[in-house]
Design a protein around this ligand. Structure first.
Ligand code: AMP
Length: 191
């Protein structure tokens, strides 16, 4: 079983790469952002709660996010492994994930961190906002807030996995295939 945290700022290409990884390595792809967007579309209670935070580019509270993640993992027993895309985004979430996975003897194998410059991120997100239909990709101020939130609340999560010798940096610029090749090289050495 291989469990991978795909880490990086908004716009670093996590979603694109996670889909390719899931296909090649037969892994379950869990994107907390996609789960929240679905909940909003289906107008669930959780969706309504999450929307207020997402629209501003802030994080949805830990207890909501952790509860949702634990439920999804429990609903999918017997998978080859999981790619965590957009989770954990706080050290509290990382601690909760470790506790949950370690209790099942299926710990995180690697954190792969996609490195992209801030300038490139804003460019990519505004570009994506033209046709993604995501309100949080359309407004430069909300994008900047998401990057600020990442730097303040999410970046410490890299330190959490670095202490466990699980962090690997991947250059997140270049073509999709070039970046995927770097990810595969890391994963192939991990399995
Ligand atoms: P993403 O699709 O990963 O860019 O996430 C979009 C938005 O969903 C974020 O800006 C947050 O508001 C919310 N979100 C996604 N994942 C998390 C998480 N792990 N913790 C808190 N909020 C999250």
């Amino acid at each position: 079983m291989i469990n991978v945290v795909l880490f990086g700022p908004p716009g670093s290409g996590k979603g694109t790469q996670a889909v390719k990884m899931a296909e090649k390595y037969d892994l379950l792809h869990i994107s907390t952002g996609d789960l929240f967007r679905n909940a909003i579309k289906n107008e669930t209670e959780m969706g309504l709660k999450a929307k207020a935070f997402m629209d501003k580019g802030n994080l949805v509270p830990d207890e909501v996010t952790i509860g949702m993640m634990n439920a999804v993992i429990e609903e999918n027993p017997g998978v080859h492994g999981i790619i965590f895309d957009g989770f954990p985004r706080t050290v509290t979430q990382a601690e909760a994930l470790d506790a949950f996975l370690n209790a099942r003897n299926t710990p995180i194998s690697r954190m792969l961190a996609l490195d992209v410059t801030d300038e490139e991120l804003v460019k990519r997100l505004l570009n994506r906002g033209k046709d993604s239909g995501r309100p949080d990709d359309k407004d430069v101020e909300i994008i900047q807030n998401r990057i600020d939130v990442y730097n303040a609340q999410t970046l410490p999560v890299a330190g959490f996995y670095k202490e466990q010798n699980k962090l690997k940096h991947i250059k997140g610029e270049g073509t999709i295939e070039e970046i995927f090749g770097r990810i595969c090289a890391e994963l192939d050495s991990a399995v």
